[in-house]
Design a protein around this ligand. Structure first.
Ligand code: SF4
Ligand code: SF4
Length: 474
């Protein structure tokens, strides 16, 4: 409990969105919907001002706010230390690997980090069978007691290596005799998808993520073939031959321009048959400034809010998967989940290059090999793993941010690309993240009021591996 006026903006966040008023008790991880009078009173209180209630309802709102206020807990040094200790010992187990099967691609996307020279530094752009088998063996040797593992097939374009994928899956099936079970995921550009490949992946329960930038005009501009030909129509033709796309494929759309009509993109994705659509702001490449300059952020915020409202109004299953970042935050607010890391990479999962080097994530590959964590032929550098374990929100400036438990800290890849320091938040991205969280609070309220709230599913491996250890329940 706290004296009534000792709370700071680290402990409580008060905000308004489309005429709806909210209070987030940050440490308690509880969201409250406020009346306009209670909101005004809360704003005065957090700014250290007296409220002079002019009406009976304002006086009553103040009394109701007292009940919330007196139960809000401040973040204390003791609490920070306690959380640190729980997070940092023991070191969590390794649960999966990203396999960089092909550091080459048949598309030449304008923004792709895989086009950077450092990503292509491998002696062999295509992973060999011997290397892939060694990676799987490394995983098992590292965690001999563990029975469940995840593999994500990545590139460039991993379907350039479909025969290798089948060989890896065959090998993993043999390991089932020892009780080892594997789940699989792939991220693909969709140009090489055939019914045979798709049916194979579905039969092994792959989580499939397909990168597209609908609309057709935007996509063909951003994601042409290497020789400049457009790729949208080919991908759409491929999709038409597949059954149950909605159930089996998640679309990942990269948004790189705040002027693009997000609702139109979303409608295009739904018309193409996707139910799960992740709209992701473009990742910066090495040395780039953040994608949305400060002046464009208000435009993007309005676009995002409009889209979130559109989905809540039109989709009966809005909460299930559509606009995955939104549904993730809605889920976290509803279930009062806490994140302490941006993702579990560098601790529970690692990226294997075609040469067998281990990196925390494909986006942390650089010329100077600064972030290399070891090799599948030797081992992981324990000190570097520890560095990632310690890179939780309690050990960086995020500790003072109201969004800390919902954000979990900035993507290391974005931080590294912009600043060269994986620990450093980038203010433009923080503004985007905080806005998404506020929109999620508003959408959660709307879904509850309309009875559309449903149980969220995070069953796919992308979500599971990304979440990994980052979330601890209250
Ligand atoms: S990355 Fe930014 S928004 Fe996220 S917790 Fe840190 S300071 Fe807050
Ligand atoms: S969230 Fe960022 S650091 Fe983590 S795996 Fe994804 S790109 Fe890499």
């Amino acid at each position: 409990m706290n004296p009534m006026n000792s709370l700071s903006k680290t402990d409580v966040h008060i905000f308004e969105i489309r005429g709806n008023f909210f209070l987030l008790d940050v440490e308690g991880n509880k969201l409250f919907s406020l009346s306009p009078d209670a909101y005004k009173c809360a704003v005065d209180r957090i700014n250290g001002n007296e409220t002079d209630p002019q009406t009976f309802s304002a006086w009553r709102a103040g009394r109701k706010l007292d009940k919330i206020w007196k139960n809000i807990i401040s973040l204390t040094p003791e609490h920070v230390e306690d959380v640190r200790q729980r997070l940092e010992t023991p070191i969590p187990p390794l649960t999966g690997l990203w396999l960089g099967l092909a550091h080459t691609c048949n598309l030449g996307c304008t923004y792709c980090f895989a086009n950077e020279p450092n990503y292509l530094l491998n002696k062999n752009p295509l992973m060999s069978w011997e290397m892939a088998k060694r990676a799987v063996d490394f995983l098992i040797e590292r965690e001999p007691e563990r029975m469940q593992f995840g593999l994500i097939f990545f590139g460039g374009e991993p379907l350039l290596q479909f025969d290798l994928i089948k060989r890896i899956v065959d090998y993993c099936c043999q390991l089932q005799e020892q009780g080892k079970k594997f789940t699989y995921a792939i991220t693909t550009n969709g140009t090489l998808l055939t019914p045979e490949i798709y049916n194979y992946m579905v039969s092994y329960n792959f989580s499939i993520m397909l990168s597209l930038d609908g609309t057709k005009t935007i996509h063909d501009h951003n994601r042409p073939y290497l020789d400049g030909r457009p790729s949208w129509d080919n991908i759409m033709d491929n999709l038409k031959q597949l059954n149950d796309v909605a159930r089996n494929i998640m679309a990942r759309v990269t948004v790189q321009d705040v002027q693009v009509p997000l609702i139109e993109i979303y409608k295009t994705m739904r018309a193409a048959g996707f139910q799960d659509v992740a709209l992701v702001e473009i990742c910066p490449n090495s040395g780039e400034i953040p994608v949305f300059p400060e002046k464009d952020i208000p435009v993007w915020k309005e676009q995002y809010l409009n889209l979130a409202e559109y989905i809540a109004e039109t989709e009966a299953r809005a909460y299930d998967g559509a606009l995955s970042s939104l549904s993730g935050y809605v889920q976290a607010l509803r279930e009062r989940e806490r994140s302490f890391y941006c993702c579990s990479t560098g601790i529970r999962s690692f990226y294997v290059t075609p040469d067998g080097d281990l990196y925390p994530c494909m986006r942390l590959i650089s010329d100077d090999r600064k972030n290399i964590m070891g090799s599948i032929f030797t081992s992981l550098d324990a000190q570097k793993v520890n560095h990632f374990v310690q890179n939780n929100i309690m050990n960086k400036s995020c500790r003072k941010c109201w969004a800390r438990y919902l954000c979990g800290g900035m993507c290391y890849g974005d931080s590294f690309a912009v600043s060269g320091d994986i620990r450093k938040p980038i203010s433009e991205y923080c503004k985007i993240t905080r806005h998404k969280i506020e929109v999620a609070a508003y959408i959660l309220k709307r879904l509850k009021e309309s009875g559309k709230i449903r149980q969220h599913s995070d069953g796919n491996i992308f979500n599971k591996m990304a979440k990994g250890l980052r979330i601890l329940r209250n």
